[in-house]
Write a protein that binds this ligand. Structure first.
Ligand SMILES: CC(C)=CCC/C(C)=C/CC/C(C)=C/C=C/C(C)=C/C=C/C=C(C)/C=C/C=C(C)/C=C/C=C(C)/C=C/CC(C)(C)O
Ligand SMILES: C[S@@+](CC[C@H](N)C(=O)[O-])C[C@H]1O[C@@H](n2cnc3c(N)ncnc32)[C@H](O)[C@@H]1O
Length: 384
């Protein structure tokens, strides 16, 4: 039954269509009881119920995963299965509490329990250990979840978020005085870029490109991966001066170092290095508001030669068809960051088009929770 406060605002007339009538039926407890028992509807009712419960308990699962990561349980099991009693001491908790955590890990299928009651790694738990930066990413969710503590206030813009103060170290803000924090989070950014770089290079080929300019390229993980994959490619990483020392150290240690260079500057205030026939923006646009993105795309367009290519790669919204990683996790993450927003491939494509680009393509993503790739081309100017 709709409450007075649930009714549409004055002046809004809603048409009650067939779908809405059906949804009102589904909302009735009596219909739910009937559907749960009726042979043709009971499996859908059970499936919907289980999926709803999974949404309800999402935070609890994430926090149980956090505990497994924070206590390094996955690493402790790399040498073989252990009992809860054996894991309890080093983790400073009682055996029965440890057993509670290990059962949760087993139910979530990151661990498995053998007949003797010992716990070992399940396939997904083992995979987690190998995903670059994933465990640190999970640990840094402590700050994100504090920002999400009152999600309505966050949506209303009433929360002074922790995440917004967290990454400026990486963005090269002047207050990056805490060297230990700075390098810890910069490392997190660099490590998480490894899978983004791999998926970007799996989606698009850089064959035929002589010189790549990676704007906001951080420590150069993408530039290095591109150079290693394409032996004739030279790449320039353009990022804020605060990133220079660590980026140069990383690029210098690469076997492709002769083809990698760092140029310090801001895409807001400085000219972009010239001579690139392709420019990449990896996880850059979603950090910024529309006006900054429009100005950046315009600058990128001007810096490219005719026929030059733009590569955009970052987690994206599903647009007309909202999708779970882009429209839940990254959307709220960007909200907590307070500086930018997640955009759909269609929205980014339209912004590229406004900047003058043509031949805009987005690629079906293998892992939308890692990245989605879009390319565009600066058109050839017609002679005469
Ligand atoms: C051998 C046996 C037993 C069986 C054979 C079967 C077989 C071949 C199985 C395959 C097993 C396998 C290798 C699995 C691999 C799984 C992988 C690679 C999983 C990867 C998961 C990646 C995840 C979950 C990534 C998550 C990324 C996140 C959360 C990123 C967040 C990024 C953020 C917040 C960035 C912020 C940056 C800013 C500041 C907003 O710009
Ligand atoms: C989210 S990080 C992405 C880094 C890297 N491309 C990656 O995927 O890991 C955004 C990068 O943009 C850089 N950045 C932010 N503002 C910038 C600006 N005005 N000019 C140049 N780089 C900037 C930051 O320093 C940071 O390295």
């Amino acid at each position: 039954m709709a409450l007075a406060s649930d009714t549409p605002p004055a002046g809004v007339r809603q048409r009650i269509g067939l779908h809405t009538r059906l949804m009102r039926l589904v909302a009735r407890p009596g219909f739910q009881r009937w559907a749960a028992a009726f042979p043709f509807t009971r499996s859908t009712a059970a499936k919907d119920g289980a999926e709803l419960f999974d949404l309800v308990q999402g935070f609890v699962k994430s926090q149980a995963l956090f505990a497994l990561v924070d206590l390094r349980i996955l690493h402790r099991l790399m040498d073989g299965p252990l009992t809860s009693g054996e894991l309890a001491g080093p983790c400073r908790m009682s055996a029965d509490r440890m057993d509670r955590l290990l059962r949760a890990g087993t139910a979530m299928r990151v661990l498995r329990r053998d007949r003797k009651g010992r716990y070992g790694l399940a396939r997904k738990g083992a995979a987690m250990v190998g995903v670059p930066g994933l465990e640190d990413m999970i640990r840094h969710h402590a700050a994100f979840y504090r920002d999400l503590n009152d999600p309505v206030a966050l949506l209303r813009g009433e929360v002074d978020t922790e995440l917004s103060a967290f990454w400026p170290y990486v963005f090269g803000a002047d207050n990056a005085t805490d060297a230990e924090t700075s390098s810890r989070y910069s490392d997190l950014m660099a490590r998480s870029q490894e899978i983004v770089a791999a998926d970007t290079l799996a989606a698009v080929s850089l064959a035929g490109i002589d010189r790549l300019l990676d704007i906001g390229g951080g420590y150069g993980v993408f530039a290095e991966a591109a150079a290693l994959k394409h032996p004739d490619l030279n790449a320039v990483v353009f990022d804020l001066p605060a990133v220079r020392r660590n980026a140069e150290a990383r690029l210098q240690s690469s076997t492709a170092r002769d083809r990698l260079r760092f140029v310090a500057g801001s895409f807001r205030d400085d000219a972009l290095p010239d001579g690139a026939d392709a420019i990449s923006l990896i996880r850059v646009l979603y950090d910024h508001q529309d006006s900054t993105v429009a100005a950046l795309l315009g600058k990128v367009f001007d810096a490219l030669p005719d026929g030059g290519r733009l590569i955009v790669s970052e987690p994206m919204s599903g647009g007309d068809r909202p999708e779970i990683a882009g429209d839940v996790y990254f959307s709220f993450y960007c909200l907590a960051m307070q500086t930018g927003t997640v955009r759909s491939a269609a929205r980014i494509g339209a912004m590229c088009e406004n900047a003058g680009f043509t031949d805009i393509r987005s690629y079906k993503s293998r892992r939308p929770y890692v990245t989605t790739v879009l390319t565009a081309v600066k058109p050839q100017t017609k002679p005469g």
